[in-house]
Design a binder for this molecule. Structure first.
Ligand SMILES: [Ca+2]
Length: 335
């Protein structure tokens, strides 16, 4: 019967197909079960460097607490494992934890030689010595001030608010005047140092964060990786440079201090200070100042290290922070 012949042929076809599948399974399955090639290939594609670098970046040494408090550690692993590490904060984590691979970088240590009271309400944006006198700029809308502070006692000698509801930023001295930036108002105020009278204003584009005067030009930060150079009298931009750490852009540059032809910079929301060669923008030194963070500020995420003033006669630095109850005088030494 045609129907029975078709059924027989169909059954034979199914049997042949099952045999073929069984044969293939017999050949292939033992090979897969007995080899790690597949797993190794996957691991390679995923990047073995990731697994190798995890222990290094997730278990930093004694500096771990300060780095963790800066909030920079959690994202470091992924960035560190990327083929081209680029921006903050991974590169700075590397500066502290990977000392063996720091190249020409000089890490700094500090000796605290004096602890000075500091107004805990001061949201410090800039510190500047003029001779033996200390000046400070504080921020926040409605709380911004320009003030003179006794560097021995921390007592506020005098204080004045900038005009309007601006958020003040960094300050530096220029030929007997104090130049004070604002965050987003795009205006800089020039104050008479002796009278605290406003003598001039300058307009600029974008944000203002930190400023210092190297004697020939002003250096200004704006929270990016760029430093802008400006004319000391007109405030006109004369150039700019990108700041890099091992060739990677470094942003969040905040309060500045010009010392010895180099530019010192707080890196916002970290316990780190970097030293920049303004000729090429390269970071040449790093200081981890995490040990300075007052315990009473640990619950205040905005109370970060900020404020660098170099005291030339003693070659020491005053370092403080936003809403810190103390300012420290430190002497820095290369490791
Ligand atoms: Ca400064």
């Amino acid at each position: 019967m045609p129907l029975r012949e078709a059924d027989t042929r169909g059954a034979l076809s199914v049997a042949v197909l099952l045999l073929a599948i069984g044969f293939l399974a017999w050949i292939i399955v033992p090979r897969l079960a007995g080899s790690n090639d597949g797993a190794e290939l996957l691991a390679t594609d995923a990047g073995p460097a990731t697994t190798q670098q995890l222990p290094t970046t997730s278990a930093p040494t004694t500096s771990s607490s300060s780095i963790a408090s800066s909030g920079s550690s959690t994202s470091s692993v992924g960035l560190e494992a990327a083929p081209t590490p680029t921006t903050f904060p991974a590169v700075l984590d590397a500066a502290i934890t990977d000392v063996s691979d720091r190249g020409d970088l000089v890490t700094l240590s500090m000796d605290v030689i004096e602890t000075i009271p500091h107004d805990p309400a001061a949201f410090t944006q800039g510190l500047e010595f003029v001779g033996e006198r200390l000046f400070e700029s504080t921020g926040l809308v409605g709380q911004s001030t320009l003030r003179e502070v006794d560097p021995a006692t921390g007592t506020v000698i005098r204080s004045t608010p900038p005009p309007g509801d601006v958020f003040a930023e960094g300050v530096t001295e220029v030929d007997g005047e104090l130049l004070q930036l604002t965050w987003r108002a795009e205006v800089a105020y020039r104050w008479d140092l002796e009278t605290f009278e406003l003598v001039n204003t300058h307009r600029y584009d974008g944000e203002g964060w930190g400023i210092c005067d190297d004697g020939d030009r002003l250096v200004m930060s704006n929270g990016t990786s760029e430093l802008t150079f400006r004319d000391r009298a007109s405030f006109a931009e004369t150039g700019r440079i990108s700041v890099t750490y091992r060739g990677a852009l470094l942003d969040q540059l905040n309060e500045l201090e010009c010392v010895g032809g180099l530019v010192w910079a707080n890196v916002w929301k970290t316990d780190l200070i970097v030293v920049i060669d303004p000729s090429d923008g390269a970071v040449v030194s790093v200081l981890n100042a995490g040990a300075l963070r007052p315990e009473s500020t640990l619950d205040d995420s905005g109370a970060v290290l900020n404020g660098i003033a170099w005291d030339a006669p003693t070659d020491t630095f005053l370092l403080s922070g936003k809403r810190w109850p103390v300012t420290y005088r430190v002497r820095l030494v290369p490791n």
